[in-house]
Structures are given as structure tokens and as C-alpha cells.
Design a protein around this ligand. Structure first.
Ligand code: F1X
Length: 400
């Protein structure tokens, strides 16, 4: 049999006209997610629970739908029927999922997966996080334990050094295989993998705006959320923020995205340890009781749209912050727009609509990137297309 595996597009084939990314180019990153990663995820979730025959039929139907790849309506009696109307489902019904914007199609997929698992239904599976087994395994894993122990090694660092380590831990936590353990030395060691680095301006902005509100729009639970929480604790403890707002997802999403339940699991996890982890956990627990750490789970956090289309109440929340920190790849795609930007497109221009200072802390896991200089792009392209989506590179960007 001939090898039917399509070749991913190389840099020269990636369009440069900032067109919206769709999943209909065989071999592209988006195509592989929709055609390979998502069906595999359906099977993984199906096999992670003793679902009943009826539920298993729902997963089989979902696999068929993904194979045919057509957008179907969301029932008029569904709790989120209205939301999906507002989020433009009418435009896509009856058309191929692969032709819809990748961002839109992926969100729609997660909504279908949750529905198949019974998460939204009236039955016994209602509210059962279908990704919980994977999240729990990560939180209880040896890497997480090592990360947490490594917190105790930071006590000797001077405050700015410590702050840099915490920022990097939160950044690389997005890749979930590097974190506090990098220590002060790791900060230099990974500089070469940073394709843009606004760390200096990040701290300057927070130092100038001392005492304000900082929003952190979380990405993954577990090994990303833990360093995010430690960073928020440090912002409160150093007075760089008087109040922090942690935006999480209102329901399970993109497998490991953090929900309120995950925040509570992480806090309990920290409070059950010793040393620095216990101190951080108990301080944050108190901060939540005092309203200095607030958790928000806005419906738009699971919307299939870029932040440019966010509702007014969410925009008002970000507008009131001295800084909003966007974590991770998906938030980056939503922040700048899920388009084939020329990588040299200005980050400030792409985020010009955002209602306040905004920073992106993200490892590169998709085709979207802005704000790079020409020399950096040339050097990266030399190495092949993988730098855009393999998670080996990261960025810290800021529009102040
Ligand atoms: O937001 P995260 O966790 O950093 O990344 C989410 C992600 O894995 O999901 C998408 C593919 O499904 C990609 O955009 C991205 O790589």
C-alpha cells in the first residue's frame, strides 16, 4: 500500500495574507487536529470510563459525524442553544467542519464531545468531567511532585530573580515539561528558545502600576495551573497586584483546560504539602476568602470566537486591570486572531482592540504567531516548520 500520510505544509506553503485558518488543507496542523487528534480523543474518553451501551452509541455517532464532517444544529432545547446561535452556528450548518474556521470547529467539537459523554444531560453523567482521569493523573504524577518540591529551592533567590523564575515556570508550564525545576540557571538556558521576550517590560509595567488588579486568563490545569497560582501569589505578596482575577473555563474544554473544580483541586493539593507549597496554598486560600483572588468562569471563555468579539462585561473586566495575562496557545490564537499572520506582523497592532495592557505567555503549538523580527523568523524557518507547533519555542509578548 502506498503511504497515504500527507506531508505538512512547509513555510513556503503557509499563506502570508492573514487568511483565517481552516482545516481543509490536507496535512496542515489544523487538518491533523480535526482528522486525527480529535477522533483519537473521542476514543480515549470513551475508553476511560465504564460508559453504558447508550453512551457508547453516542460516541460512535460522534465518530461518524466527525468522519462525515458536517456541522449539525444544536437542539432548540439545549442549554446553550442560544449561545451557539450568537456564536454563528447558522452560518455553518450543513457545511463541512473542515471549511469552518479552525477555531470555531474545534470549540464545536468539544461541545459535541461533552454532550456525548452526558456532561450537559439530565442523567447520571451530568457534570462528570470526561477529562478528569487525565487531569488527576497529572496532578498526582511524579513530575508535579518534583515541581512542587523545587519551590523550596527558590527561597534564597533575590526577589527579581525569583519573580523571573516564577514567570518562566508559568510560561513553560504551558508545555508542561519544564518548570520551577529550571531554577535560576534555567532562565538563561532556555533564552534561546524564546522567540520574543518582553519580560523586562512585563515587570516594569507591573512595578509602575503597583497595587492594581491583574487578570490571568488560565489555560491548562495541573502542571500549568500550579505555577500560574504560584505567580499570582507572588504578585499579591510583592504588592505588584492588590487583587488578582483568575479566568477559567465554565466547563471542561480542550482536554486539560482549567475549570473552577481544577483550581480547587490545585489549591487543596498545595495545602496538603509542606514547605513553600503549603505556604502558597494557604495564602491563596485566604486570598480567595478575602476576595483578593477571584475566580471567574465566563461563558465566552469557551466561545469559538476571537477575543475581538468578546462581550462588553468581559471587556470591562479586562479594561479595569493594570495587566491581563493570556496563557497558552489557544488564548493566543483568540487574542491575535486565528489567522495565517506573517510572523513579523506587529503584536501591538494585532491586539490593538484589547481594552487594556495585555501580555501573552505561550509556548508555540499552532501555526499562529505575530511580533517576531525578520532575523528570528529566518533562523527559525531554516530549521523547518516544526518550530511553530511543536511546543519547543515560547514567547513573552506585551502591549502596554
Ligand atoms: O492552549 P494550549 O493548551 O496551549 O494548546 C491547545 C492546543 O494544543 O490545542 C490546539 C489544537 O487542538 C492547538 O491550538 C494548541 O496547540
Amino acid at each position: 500500500m502506498p503511504d497515504a500520510t500527507p506531508t505538512p505544509p512547509g513555510p513556503a506553503e503557509i499563506p502570508d495574507d492573514a487568511s483565517v485558518i481552516t482545516s481543509d488543507v490536507p496535512g496542515s496542523f489544523a487538518w491533523r487536529v480535526m482528522r486525527e487528534r480529535n477522533p483519537a480523543l473521542v476514543r480515549k474518553v470513551r475508553d476511560a470510563f465504564p460508559f453504558s451501551p447508550e453512551r457508547r452509541d453516542r460516541f460512535a455517532a460522534l465518530l461518524d459525524q466527525l468522519d462525515v464532517g458536517v456541522v449539525e444544529p444544536i437542539g432548540a432545547d439545549a442549554h446553550d442553544h442560544r449561545s451557539w446561535q450568537d456564536w454563528g452556528i447558522a452560518r455553518h450548518i450543513g457545511t463541512s467542519l473542515l471549511h469552518a474556521p479552525f477555531l470555531w470547529a474545534e470549540s464545536y467539537f468539544y461541545r459535541l464531545l461533552l454532550d456525548a459523554s452526558g456532561y450537559f444531560g439530565p442523567g447520571p453523567w451530568r457534570g462528570v468531567d470526561p477529562f478528569a482521569p487525565f487531569k488527576r493523573a497529572e496532578l498526582a504524577g511524579p513530575e508535579t511532585a518534583a515541581e512542587i518540591r523545587a519551590l523550596d529551592t527558590l527561597t534564597g533567590l533575590d526577589p527579581r530573580e525569583r519573580a523571573d523564575v516564577l514567570l518562566r515556570s508559568s510560561l513553560w508550564g504551558n508545555r508542561a515539561d519544564l518548570s520551577f525545576q529550571e531554577g535560576a540557571h534555567g532562565v538563561d538556558a532556555e533564552k534561546s528558545r524564546l522567540v520574543a521576550d518582553a519580560t523586562e517590560r512585563f515587570w516594569n509595567l507591573l512595578d509602575e502600576g503597583s497595587g492594581g488588579r491583574v487578570c490571568l486568563v488560565a489555560d491548562n490545569a495541573g502542571r500549568e495551573l500550579l505555577p500560574d497560582l504560584v505567580l499570582l501569589d507572588d504578585l499579591l505578596a510583592t504588592g505588584r497586584a492588590s487583587e488578582v482575577v483568575l479566568h477559567v473555563k465554565p466547563h471542561p474544554y480542550y482536554v486539560s483546560d482549567a475549570t473552577t473544580a481544577d483550581v480547587l483541586d490545585s489549591l487543596r493539593h498545595l495545602c496538603a504539602r509542606e514547605g513553600q507549597a503549603y505556604d502558597v496554598g494557604t495564602r491563596l486560600w485566604r486570598a480567595m476568602e478575602q476576595g483578593r483572588l477571584r475566580v471567574r468562569a465566563h461563558a465566552f471563555s469557551c466561545a469559538p470566537l476571537p477575543y475581538q468579539e468578546m462581550p462588553e462585561d468581559l471587556a470591562a473586566d479586562f479594561a479595569a486591570a493594570s495587566l491581563t495575562i493570556m496563557k497558552g496557545d489557544l488564548n493566543y490564537r483568540r487574542l491575535v486572531g486565528d489567522r495565517y499572520w506573517a510572523p513579523t506582523t506587529s503584536f501591538a497592532t494585532a491586539t490593538g482592540y484589547f481594552p487594556g495592557p495585555v501580555a501573552a505567555l505561550r509556548t508555540l503549538k499552532s501555526d499562529v504567531v505575530t511580533g517576531l523580527d525578520r532575523a528570528t523568523v529566518a533562523a527559525l524557518d531554516e530549521s523547518g516548520p516544526a518550530w511553530r507547533s511543536s511546543g519547543t519555542h515560547a514567547l513573552v509578548q506585551l502591549r502596554g
